[in-house]
Design a protein around this ligand. Structure first.
Ligand code: PLP
Ligand code: COI
Length: 334
């Protein structure tokens, strides 16, 4: 079987999942061939950003079977995002069944085992229907679109250079903790500036004091210290990454590292030997340096993935592809 993945570029698969909410109730969920939507030009999702989404992956194992990673956690986070956006929620079982259904309908688009490629699954909800004033939409669409994907940052193994942004992606007490489109729109300008300057992406600081690392536009941040700690920022304005939660478990229980969720001051990075960005799309992407204004901080592990980052990468992807035993009921085999 030949892979249909083209890096992290969208490749249309066979089917999408589609379910509509009208008059206070969800209709039946269906698979459809077209990935094009006809919606009112006055939809709240278009004007007021009333939308949210998720991201997870289906993996092809060595024995050819297909499996999902932590789908229940995505279902629960999606409910949180929908609620915050004043949208109807999707019960966990409905979410999981919808994901299974659409993945199986696109099984021939799941890349073969061996290349660390997978099927990216993008569940989302949008407010639709005619609407002018600022209020929740009269109708909603819950849909899932999938695409075969490879790596997000052009190859996971090589550390990337990042720059600190002077802008914020989310406000204190704002929407940073939910996975809503507005956060991503708000991060684009900063991301493009970083990319124009030759960096892989930008790092956002805490919006209140601009002294602590929050996260990357599409991933959480973690670092490994010279005294064997896995440290990751704790903040109400970052996304509670499912990948990061998994790494915290693996760092503690499989590698014996002390796990700290706390403050990561941007001007105090010397105790980190390794750093990385983690997320569904990013998997684990090592960070080789962080530049703030004229100062470039280079981590000791800047030429290749550091020792602990590599161990975490092997454990995480080993579980995701079915080569390492699932320690916590994270895997759903289809
Ligand atoms: N932070 C942001 C802003 C993200 O978009 C993502 C990607 O989903 C993550 C972190 C990582 O979250 P997860 O590991 O659940 O994919
Ligand atoms: C993910 O990792 O699933 C995300 O949603 C990040 C996205 C910007 C590709």
């Amino acid at each position: 079987m030949i892979s249909k993945a083209k890096g992290f570029t969208y490749v249309k698969a066979n089917m999408i999942y589609m379910q509509k909410w009208k008059d206070g109730a969800w209709g039946e969920g269906k698979l459809e061939e077209s990935d094009q939507f006809t919606i009112s030009g006055l939809s709240t999702s278009l004007h007021y950003g009333q939308e949210c989404f998720e991201g997870l992956k289906a993996y092809r194992r060595l024995d050819g079977k297909i499996q999902l990673f932590r789908v229940k956690d995505n279902a629960e986070r999606f409910q949180m995002s929908c609620s915050y956006m004043m949208m109807p929620t999707i019960p966990t079982e409905v979410f999981i069944e919808a994901v299974k259904k659409v993945v199986l309908a696109n099984a021939d688009f799941i890349p073969p085992y061996g290349n660390k490629e997978s099927l990216y699954i993008r569940p989302f909800m949008i407010g639709v229907g005619d609407n002018l004033g600022l209020r929740p939409a009269p109708e909603y669409i819950f849909s899932i679109i999938v695409s075969p994907v490879g790596s997000y940052f052009n190859g996971e193994a090589k550390p990337v250079d990042m720059a600190v942004s002077q802008y914020d992606r989310a406000a204190p007490n704002g929407t940073g903790h939910v996975k809503v489109g507005g956060n991503y729109a708000a991060s684009l300008f900063a991301q493009m500036q970083a990319k124009k300057a030759g960096f892989a992406d930008c790092i956002f600081l805490d919006p209140q004091t601009h002294t602590k690392i929050e996260e990357v536009g599409a991933a959480n941040f973690f670092g490994i210290t010279n005294d064997n700690k896995y440290i990751t920022p704790k903040s109400p304005s970052i996304l509670n990454s499912i990948t990061n939660r998994s790494l915290r478990y693996l760092a503690k229980n499989h590698l014996g590292l002390e796990v700290v969720e706390g403050e990561v001051f941007i001007d105090k990075l010397d105790h980190f030997t390794e750093a990385g960005a983690c997320g569904t799309a990013a998997v684990i992407t090592p960070i080789g340096s962080i530049t703030k204004n004229d100062h470039k901080h280079v981590f000791p592990a800047h030429e290749k993935m550091g020792e602990y980052t590599k161990k975490l990468f092997d454990l995480l992807t080993g579980i995701q592809f079915g080569d390492v035993e699932d320690p916590q009921g994270w895997i759903t085999v289809l």
